[in-house]
Structures are given as structure tokens and as C-alpha cells.
Design a protein around this ligand. Structure first.
Ligand SMILES: [Cu+2]
Length: 301
């Protein structure tokens, strides 16, 4: 065999090897693909079955029904609503949670005008409360309650407040917020889909506030809303007043799980000198590590 024939034979050999590799890859590919994709499908199904709260007006047979979904702007706008149960009748029996039968959170969709109020229930199952809707726009109303004999629910509904709406951008993430002369600092490094601890420290005129008053069974009440869709997160205080280990400030601890990365608006209510104040923060949550970069678990690396 002369040199050119040798080279031609060598190249042909490479082509055959390459083709075999491609064929092998094609044959193996779908199997490997299935192995890699299956867990993602499972987690996607789990995620859709377990949506964050507040995104739907109806769940588990219970529906939040506003008496009016469009109102005119004003400082004292009466809101009336009912929770319709699985039997089609307004729910009149509730289980108390955080000292109330129902917590109503109201905020404009751009996170302006946050309100946390406790409506009164009449015998027919109609709740009512006045809201400060001075600023027009698209509001979200969250009812956080536990029906007697049912599970805790947070249902959300839209409330349109007529008038000129000039939506604000989400404020930038920041570690401090001020309200009425109080400064609240947040210490948190939240990651998506894992339990995050949040510590909020309250000072006034540079001095730590260590005589907070209990509010709704804790030294602080924290609500977190996802900026992109106003998903409502349940945030739990660490410890409670009178348990012997929880100080009345300046630090208040909470834990929650952020369901995704991105921006969240946090609303901390705390009571001091007999007044409840709300400090607001934007928190940016890191996305969870990609699966192939996450630390191995259970393989003893
Ligand atoms: Cu409440």
C-alpha cells in the first residue's frame, strides 16, 4: 500500500469510527435523556400541584368572593366579602390563628399601599372592613384563614380601584428600611427552595429596641409577596412571647421558604409604644444551584 492509500484508508477508518460513535450516541441518547429528564418532570408536577398560596381565588372547595370587584378610590372604602364553602354556603365558623379568625392583606399590585386588617364577621358569613384605597390601581386582596373542619388557606382576589394608576417600579433590594423614626435592618441570605432564616433588627435613634410588644402572638408579623405575581408566602416567627427564650427585640427571627429566585417584597409589622408600624423591604432571592453543581448527597464524596 502506498502512502496516499494508507492515508485514505486511515481517513475512511476515522469516518467509520465517527459514524459508529454517532450511531451509538443516537441509540444511547434517548435512554440517558429519560434518566436525566424524569426527576425534572416529577418536580414540575409536584410544583404545579403545590402552587404558592394567594394565586387562586378558589382552593379545596373554598372560594373568596368579593361583594364588589370595582370601587372608586377613597380613604375609607368599605370592603365586603364572603368565603363560600364546599357546600355552596358562606362559611361562618373559623379556627383562630395568630389571635384572629381571618387576616386580610391588601396591597396594590406594584406593592404600594400595604394593609393588614381584621374584618368583622356577621351572622350570615359576610366579612366587612374599611380600606384605605386613596390611591387608584389594581389591588390584590388576600384572605388568610382556617375554616372549621378544614385546612389553612390563603385565597387571593383582584380589586380594581378606579382612577389614574401610575404604577411604581419595585424598590431596589436594600438591607435597611425606616418607618416613623425606627430603622429596621434585615439579615438574610435566602436561596430558592430551601428554608431561609431572616433576622430583623429594630433600632430607634441608634439604640436597639428591646421592649417590643406582642402583636398577633409574636414580636413581629412578616408577610412576603413575590414581585412577579404576588404569590403569598407564609413566614413563621421563631419563638413566641413568654416562652422564656424569645427576647422582645431588638432581633426578631423568622423562617420561610422562597419558592423561586427573584424579587420579593417583605412587610414587617411590629408593635412598640402601643403603635403597630410596618417596615418594607425588597429582598432578592438567589436561584437554587443547578442540579449538576449541587453538592452530592448520599454518595459519600
Ligand atoms: Cu392579621
Amino acid at each position: 500500500m502506498n502512502a496516499p492509500q494508507k492515508i485514505a484508508g486511515f481517513v475512511l477508518g476515522l469516518v467509520v469510527v465517527f459514524a459508529a460513535a454517532v450511531g451509538l450516541g443516537a441509540a444511547v441518547g434517548p435512554d440517558r435523556g429519560n434518566v436525566a429528564v424524569e426527576p425534572k418532570d416529577t418536580s414540575a408536577r409536584a410544583a404545579s400541584a403545590d402552587l404558592p398560596d394567594g394565586l387562586t381565588s378558589t382552593k379545596n372547595g373554598y372560594t373568596l368572593e368579593l361583594a364588589e370587584t370595582r370601587v372608586d378610590a377613597g380613604p375609607q372604602v368599605p370592603l365586603r366579602f364572603r368565603i363560600i364553602g364546599p357546600n355552596g354556603v358562606a362559611v361562618t365558623n373559623y379556627v383562630e390563628s395568630h389571635e384572629k379568625q381571618l387576616h386580610l392583606i391588601v396591597v396594590r399590585r406594584d406593592m404600594v399601599g400595604y394593609q393588614h386588617v381584621h374584618p368583622t364577621l356577621d351572622a350570615s358569613g359576610t366579612w366587612s372592613v374599611p380600606l384605605d384605597l386613596s390611591r387608584a390601581g389594581d389591588y390584590r386582596v388576600f384572605a388568610d384563614f382556617t375554616p372549621a373542619g378544614g385546612q389553612a388557606l390563603t385565597l387571593g382576589a383582584d380589586l380594581d380601584v378606579a382612577g389614574r394608576y401610575d404604577p411604581r417600579p419595585l424598590p431596589a433590594a436594600a438591607t435597611t428600611a425606616t418607618v416613623d423614626g425606627y430603622t429596621v435592618r434585615i439579615n438574610a441570605h435566602p436561596r430558592a427552595n430551601e428554608e431561609s432564616e431572616l433576622t430583623l433588627s429594630i433600632t430607634r435613634n441608634g439604640k436597639p429596641v428591646s421592649d417590643l410588644q406582642p402583636y398577633l402572638g409574636a414580636y413581629g408579623h412578616l408577610v412576603a409577596l413575590r414581585a412577579s405575581d404576588l404569590a403569598y408566602l407564609h413566614v413563621h416567627p421563631m419563638g413566641e412571647p413568654g416562652d422564656g427564650t424569645t427576647p422582645a427585640g431588638p432581633d426578631i427571627g423568622f423562617h420561610t421558604t422562597f419558592p423561586s429566585g427573584g424579587g420579593y417584597r417583605l412587610f414587617l409589622e411590629f408593635k412598640h409604644d402601643d403603635v403597630v408600624r410596618t417596615a418594607e423591604f425588597t429582598v432578592s432571592v438567589d436561584d437554587a444551584q443547578p442540579v449538576d453543581q449541587a453538592p452530592a448527597t448520599g454518595h459519600g464524596h
